[in-house]
Design a protein around this ligand. Structure first.
Ligand code: ZN
Length: 147
């Protein structure tokens, strides 16, 4: 399946409450995300719309989440993107210090009708002006209480 459409004037898939054109769309179109949070949000949106190339190129190539076998990696990212329903994102905390950053989030996801939601504290690094995802720790975060 190809990239699903992300309409410029539709609410962004990352649940920021902003239109896509004022949120993740510029990053997916090639503008560098300005903060770790913006990068994290744009990666969630990329998963949601099937932009496999974006997920791969915003992963730290020197980090543990990058797979030197690009073909296998792309297939894995595509399978996750296509088989999971991306039902919500909540950023709980975000910070940056110099060229490193952290984002704590809760992602509401479903796979074949099963809740596969998870919380994570992700680490990011900035290389050549571009924020990249390094890796993350799963956290036992409560889902949203007051929607
Ligand atoms: Zn967004």
């Amino acid at each position: 399946m190809s990239v699903r459409r992300l309409s410029a004037n539709a609410p962004c898939r990352c649940d920021s409450g902003r239109k896509a054109k004022g949120c993740c769309l510029p990053a997916l179109a090639g503008t560098s995300a300005l903060t770790p949070e913006a990068l994290m949000r744009s990666r969630y949106t990329a998963y949601a719309v099937g932009n496999i190339a974006y997920v791969m190129r915003t992963t730290d190539p020197a980090g543990p989440k990058a797979n030197p076998d690009a073909q296998t990696w792309a297939a894995e990212v595509r399978q996750f993107s296509e088989n999971v329903s991306f039902d919500g994102l909540e950023v709980r905390a975000a910070s940056a210090s110099g060229d490193t950053g952290e984002v704590t989030f809760f992602a509401t996801l479903a796979h074949a009708g099963t809740d596969v939601s998870f919380g994570e504290r992700s680490r990011f690094v900035r290389r050549d002006g571009q924020w990249l995802y390094v890796d993350g720790d799963r956290l036992a975060l409560p889902p949203k209480v007051n929607p």
